[in-house]
Design a protein around this ligand. Structure first.
Ligand code: ADP
Length: 692
């Protein structure tokens, strides 16, 4: 290749590379131009934003100033030397000043030098020194410029980035009206509470007379219609009394005056009181009352027995109100751990039930549902609200399950302490005791099974009569429980038992026959032989244990029989002391046939006062009462002049011989078991009044 040709090729290559570079530079130029255009756009947008921000700030400043100018609260700012640096118009107005210059560089303590402000000046110093926010109540008339006002003063320290004090801000919030309204409300509430307390006392006294007198009138010879009228008066009186008590309790809870008072109580008497009260109330109903108690639960429990009983009685009385047929069941069970028992008390019924939409309203105040269906029942609709508050105060819970038209189940749980474990129902030689129960009603049979299971005895519960008879003939039982059977069947049963006992040598002891009676079905007294024990429903673990332990004696009075007194003592005056108002009423009612004058009171303190004032022939004294128990009250009575001979009879659900010995040791003269047996009451009255 010639040199010329070679040069030409190089030149061409060089031109091409120049062209390529040229187009690359053009591209780069376009890219840069676009970039510059975008940056310009962005810059102009940002200056728009800046000016927008600027005007926003100005607007905010205006709002803020107008807020401060119109604030009714007073805001003051001081520097670290307590010199004024800012205040709101409200403060300047108070000082009769137009501008802040009046305060400029003056010290807080110079302006507010009166003794009024000493506390506030101190608080300001403290807040700045300790860098802490404070809230102080302050009352002042601003050096007599206005009438007294009350303020809540908030003091907030101000610090810079390095933590150095820059002063503080004080905000005076005027609460004069709020305090006045609060005081007014408290005053109104005090008036309401004292009005309710006085009114209830005023109403209760004549109510007791109405109820007591109608009770007395019912024992007179009255025509059927008159007796029905008096019954209605008594019932209405009782209903009214319940409502009054509910309203009182409710107002006590509302005003925070309700207290939970814990004492040691006996589960056995807790249950027997409830059962006694409820069983008496159920006598007129076509409803069965079943009770199930886990016999392993501890006997001595620490808690507020009175309030817990109130809750359970309320649930049971609701169950009774809303159940026309079927059964009502009280179940008491629990778990024990570390000297505490988690008590579960359930009240189930087969009544009208609760509609799903009412379930979460049921514990509300003044709540009553189904007004049409319930038109016959009374109540203020407060019972469950009170019960819930009481259970909450006991750190427990109350809940309900229900199926509308089928029934309801209320459940209360509360944890209580127990002292030195001894079971509420215990049979020492349980494994050697063989029991058969003939009970054709499945629901009762199931309940007996659960009650007996907790006692560890060997038992069979049979619902079929033939099966029961054949088992009794062929097997060895120590106890045969049966419902009251019609004449022939019953005689057959007795014959079977007797024949078996006489014919078989290996029967070491006679079989005990126990009839479980109820109001409609019971064995008439004359036909009761000394070997037959008749007990009344409800029968539960404690009753079974008492029978196995030989505590219950043969022949109990029929509960519906009005006891015919064998003497009257109209001159005798008796005092009954029991913290449970219903128990007082029961005792009072049972003494009516004897025509003795009965006074009642519900506390030991009151008893001591009454005994000091009146002359009594006999005092019935409940054992466990809050504040002052029966033993302490007896001791106090004995200290009074000439009171060493006054007969005092312990009213107790406790049949433990060592406890009964304590009663005698503490100056009591006798004891009467609860629920009160009218025959035993008569023998006590005979012994201490009639024969004296
Ligand atoms: P009251 O005094 O009306 O019984 P409560 O607060 O005890 O007030 O009960 C509120 C309402 O809850 C009752 O009016 C009734 O409608 C309903 N209720 C309560 N217990 C039962 C129950 N066991 N079965 C059906 N309804 C019930």
């Amino acid at each position: 290749m010639s040199n010329d040709t070679k040069k030409e090729i190089d030149l061409n290559q060089y031109r091409e590379s120049l062209l390529r570079e040229n187009s690359r530079l053009k591209e780069e130029l376009t890219r840069l131009e676009t970039l510059i255009a975008r940056t310009k756009e962005a810059l102009s947008a940002s200056s728009d934003i800046d000016s927008e921000l600027q005007s926003k700030r100005i607007r905010q400043g205006k709002y803020f100033n107008s807020l401060l100018a119109n604030s009714r609260d007073i805001i003051i700012m001081v520097d670290s030397e307590s010199r004024f640096v800012y205040c709101t118009q409200s403060f300047l107005r108070l000082l009769d000043q137009d501008s802040f210059s009046f305060l400029n560089a003056r010290v807080f303590g110079d302006i507010f030098c009166s003794s009024d402000f000493l506390g506030l000046v101190g608080a300001l110093k403290k807040s700045m020194l300790e860098r802490c926010g404070l809230e102080v109540p302050h009352r002042t008339d601003w050096a007599q410029k206005i009438s007294q006002r009350d303020y809540n003063v908030y003091i907030a320290p101000m610090v810079d980035m390095s933590g150095k004090s820059e002063g503080a801000m004080l905000l005076f919030h005027d609460v004069t009206e709020v305090l006045a309204a609060k005081e007014q409300a408290e005053q109104a509430s005090r008036v309401k509470s004292s009005f309710l307390a006085n009114m209830s006392h005023e109403i209760r006294t004549p109510m007791n007379a109405i109820i007591g007198m109608s009770e007395l009138a019912l024992h007179e010879k009255l025509s059927d219609s008159a007796s029905e009228m008096v019954m209605n008066i008594k019932q209405a009186g009782n209903n009214l009394l319940t409502i009054i008590n509910d309203i009182l309790d409710f107002s006590k809870i509302e005003s925070g005056k309700m207290e939970i008072i814990e004492t040691v109580y006996q589960l056995r008497s807790f249950i027997s009181d409830i059962v006694g009260i409820v069983a008496a109330a159920y006598l007129e109903h076509q409803v069965y009352f079943l009770v199930e108690v886990d016999g392993r639960l501890p006997e001595y429990i620490v808690g507020d027995e009175i309030r817990l009983r109130q809750v359970v009685l309320n649930l049971l009385s609701n169950a009774a109100k809303y159940t026309k047929e079927g059964y009502i069941q009280l179940t008491i069970s629990g778990e024990m751990a570390n000297n505490k028992v988690n008590l579960t008390i359930e009240v189930a019924d087969t009544g009208i039930g609760i509609k799903p939409e009412n379930m979460n309203k049921i514990f509300g105040d003044f709540t009553r549902f189904d007004k049409v269906a319930n038109h016959e029942t009374t109540g203020a609709g407060l019972g469950l609200a009170i019960s819930q508050s009481l259970v909450k105060m006991m750190n427990g819970e109350i809940s309900v399950q229900s199926e509308y038209g089928k029934g309801s189940r209320f459940k209360v749980t509360t944890t209580q302490k127990f002292e030195g474990y001894s079971p509420v129902a215990f049979v020492p030689n349980a494994k050697n005791i063989n029991v058969i129960v003939y009970e054709p009603r499945q629901i009762f049979a199931d309940s007996y099974k659960r009650n007996l299971k907790s006692l560890n005895v060997n038992f069979e519960v049979v619902v079929d009569l033939q099966e029961a008879e054949s088992k009794i003939k062929s097997e060895q039982f120590d106890y045969v429980f049966t419902i009251p059977l019609a004449g022939e069947f019953f005689l057959n049963l007795i014959n079977t038992i007797n024949a078996q006992y006489l014919s078989k040598k290996n029967f070491s002891k006679r079989i005990s026959l126990v009839v479980i009676a109820d109001v409609q079905n019971y064995i008439e007294e004359p036909s009761l032989s000394s070997e037959i024990l008749q007990v009344y429903l409800p029968v539960y673990s404690v009753t079974f244990a008492d029978i196995f332990n030989g505590v219950v004696e043969v022949s109990q009075e029929h509960p519906t029989t009005i006891h015919t007194a064998h003497f009257v003592a109209p001159d005798a005056r008796v005092l009954v002391v029991d913290d449970n108002i219903t128990n007082l009423k029961v005792a009072q009612g049972l003494m009516i046939p004897f025509r003795v004058q009965v006074d009642t009171c519900d506390s030991g303190m009151m008893a001591v006062e009454l005994v000091g004032k009146n002359k009594y022939d006999l005092v019935f004294m409940d054992h466990l009462m809050p504040e002052m128990d029966g033993l302490e009250t007896t001791a106090k009575i004995r200290e009074l002049p000439n009171m060493d001979k006054l007969p005092i009879v312990a009213l107790t659900a406790d049949s433990n011989p060592s406890n009964i010995a304590t009663f005698f040791g503490c100056g009591m003269n006798d004891f009467l078991a609860k629920p009160i047996d009218p025959a035993k009451l008569e023998s006590i009255l005979t012994k201490w009044i009639y024969k004296n």
